[in-house]
Design a protein around this ligand. Structure first.
Ligand SMILES: Cc1ncc(COP(=O)(O)O)c(C=O)c1O
Length: 409
């Protein structure tokens, strides 16, 4: 995506002074590459795209058209998948809060639910009992030690009760335990290596040669990032093929004696890896101040537009100016428009910067607009810009959008 000041200014005239730019072709490329790296080694691999990371219907539809699954964690996300046209059997439901009513809806519709707790297991048993003519599909979210932080999701696989529960479930004819699942937020390779080893030991322990339909290793992979961003993480940033080498190769080896059509599906739940580098956030510089010796540039954007990712690190930026030979400024903090003191989009930028410039923040596609509260201002539009054409894929939010749920009397 080649940008310049004139183009960004034209978009500002049409759509307002801050907006997201999406490159949906890049998303397609990422999806294809990520899947290909795994399928080269383990052909029966499927992507279940993590809706929570970025549920832009445009992107979720691309995944569906490519035969990918939807990974959802709420009724809202489930309804979105259905609205997009995803077959219920291609929806995987995760997450720690599933009401009985919702569980019934997901299971009777034919989706797979990865059960997170004993409470959910009991509810699934009740639903199976009241619907003997229906076959229900479940997976078990497994919790094990991966680092010093204790994850709060799933079943502790070291707990005796876990095996007992598994045996109980196996006895229910119309409730099929189709697979095992895990997800952890760590993005480094060592963590994936551990996950694979432990999932394999769980397969040995629970299934004893009776192969399940899927093994779901979750999401959490790094996307493609440049050196500037990579240096801000305390680890080497693996490539798609590094992940595939660790994960797919181990499963290939473990299932080597099975014919190809009997091998379980390897399910991956990437969000960030596919979508982070497909969006930019554009904001305009409105004011430059010097306060007690500190340079501060205020923009039309906010850190709330950048989501979780932008909170602790400086995302890569590019500045687009109308005029050449602008002034070089050292150590300037780029701030947001809100009244929160800590609303900074970038700290200690050194470079050319002037009032009227546009700043493009990169790697903004994951956990960004989905996290934007209607705090002070409604959210900005999302524009898909590809091959010289642009299309609005989410319009600017209005006063009416925000206040239609409130009672005024
Ligand atoms: C169960 C599950 N799968 C997949 C993901 C996607 O993670 P990421 O966007 O880091 O790939 C998440 C994120 O929280 C998750 O909880």
């Amino acid at each position: 995506m080649e940008l310049n000041w004139d183009f960004l200014n034209k978009l500002t005239e049409d759509f307002g002074d801050s907006y997201y730019l999406l490159d949906s072709n890049k998303f397609i490329k990422n999806y294809d590459e990520f899947l290909a790296e795994f399928q080269k080694i383990y052909p029966n691999t499927v992507i279940a795209y993590s809706y929570k990371t970025n549920y832009l219907p445009q992107l979720c539809s691309i995944v569906n058209e490519k035969g990918g699954y939807a990974e959802v964690v709420s009724k809202m996300e489930y309804d979105l998948a259905i609205k997009i046209g995803v077959s219920p059997s291609n929806i995987i439901v995760n997450g720690p809060l599933k009401t009985k009513e919702h569980l019934e809806h997901f299971l009777l519709n034919g989706s797979t639910v990865n059960v997170d707790s004993c409470r959910e297991l009991e509810l699934c048993k009740e639903i199976a009992k009241s619907n003997p003519d229906k076959i229900l599909s479940v997976g078990l979210r497994c919790n094990f030690e991966i680092n010093s932080t204790v994850s709060r999701f799933g079943f502790d696989v070291r707990d005796e009760e876990f095996i007992e529960k598994f045996k109980e479930l196996k006895k229910i004819d119309n409730l099929i335990i189709k697979g095992i699942h895990c997800h952890f937020p760590d993005r480094n390779l060592e963590s994936y290596s551990k996950r694979v080893d432990i999932l394999i030991s769980i397969l040995d322990l629970l299934f004893k040669g009776d192969i399940p339909e899927f093994v779901d290793i979750g999401g959490g992979y790094f996307g493609k990032i440049d050196d500037f961003l990579a240096k801000q993480f305390n680890c080497n940033v693996p490539s798609y093929s590094d992940y595939a080498d660790i994960i797919a190769s181990r499963f290939k080896e473990y299932f080597k004696n099975l014919p190809e059509n009997k091998k379980p599906k390897l399910i991956l739940e990437p969000g960030t890896a596919l979508v982070a580098d497909t969006m930019k956030f554009i904001a305009k510089v409105i004011e430059i101040k010097n306060i007690q010796g500190k340079n501060i540039a205020m923009t039309t954007g906010s850190k709330f537009n950048m989501g979780l990712f932008g909170l602790n690190i400086n995302l890569p930026i590019n500045v687009y100016s109308e005029f050449k030979n602008e002034e070089y400024i050292k150590d300037i903090d780029i701030s947001g428009y809100t009244c929160i003191e800590a609303d900074y989009l970038f700290k200690n930028y050194s470079g050319v910067l002037n009032i009227g410039d546009y700043i493009a923040f990169d790697n903004i596609g994951s956990y960004s607009f989905v996290f934007k509260p209607p705090f002070i201002c409604p959210n900005v539009p999302i524009i898909d810009y590809n091959d010289g054409n642009f299309k609005v894929v989410k319009r600017r939010e209005t006063f009416e959008d925000i206040f239609k749920t409130y009672m005024f009397k």
